[in-house]
Design a protein around this ligand. Sequence first.
Ligand code: UDP
Ligand code: MG
Length: 328
Amino acid sequence: MKTVYLVVPCYNEEEVLPETAKRLNRKMKTLKRDGIITEDSRVVFVDDGSKDRTWKIISKLHQKLPQMFDGVKLSRNEGHQNALYAGLMQVKDHCDAAISLDADLQDDIEAIDEMIQYFEEGTDIVYGVRSQRDTDTFFKRTTARSFYKLMKRMGVEMVEDHADYRLMSRRALEGLSEFREVNLFLRGMVPMIGYPTAEVYYERGERFAGESKYPLRKMISFAAQGITSLSVKPIRLITSIGIGIFFTSFLILLYSLIRHITGHTVAGWTSTVFSIWAIGGLQLLAIGIIGEYIGKIYLETKARPKYLIESWLHDEAEEPETDEPEES
Ligand code: UDP
Ligand code: MG
């Protein structure tokens, strides 16, 4: 039996929290009763600097059921990713695994059983993946699709149709803590941890109350964050454009030569146009090369772990041979 914590970031969620707490309480009770998780397992609400009664509700929940609900309050609104990360780091030394989920319970909590089952079988990261996107608007569906495509082009490894509903073992959480970057894009970072992974499929429901804390504006900046914090390809793009433009200048030179031979010379045109393209191309190329170094510096400053060890086969010579039977 394992101790499993649920980590729930909350930003202005007074409308959904009481119901969410009720449902999670019921779910956790069942899991505890069925001997799937230990009595120490908890639900941790992370208040991401809410301006409404969110923290009050969380404190009340903790007061009423201290064995079930914990609260973490951030000093200010740091955004979903940071709030989630804060929660995970807060609990990693107290649990065997943590499951992150949204406060609006759009992610089917019945998938938790399967996640824990995978975890029991030795999987470190279990991704919750949406089996379909029927409940989404056409707009959301297409933008999401193009986002995943773009990310793949940018060389970022991501699990398609997986948001931040996932189980992570303590070992995976410790791995995550080794990533020193400040700009968090967990969906791109978690696959970099490695370790055995699995996927469970579920249907994503609608938000049952309140409104989305992710308007289009935040979604776009989230996507941009994802690309710029995980990829230096945009810099490479500048380099290739520079090379392309520089070569175009030679095509113009060739074109002018042909025009000259066929007797259509326009005085001064060749030198002007050629130099515009040549200099423009060279400048972009130069920026790209400088960018390449900046990109390196950028990635270095993240000080990501160079590796995480998954298993270590090692025999200590002096170790006493007491094979304690495992309790379960
Ligand atoms: N959230 C947060 N900080 C923010 C914005 C959102 O902690 O600045 C939380 C929010 O309370 C919810 C989760 O992130 O638990 C996902 O937000 P939401 O459900 O509004 O996003 P959507 O499902 O519409 O993409
Ligand atoms: Mg939601």
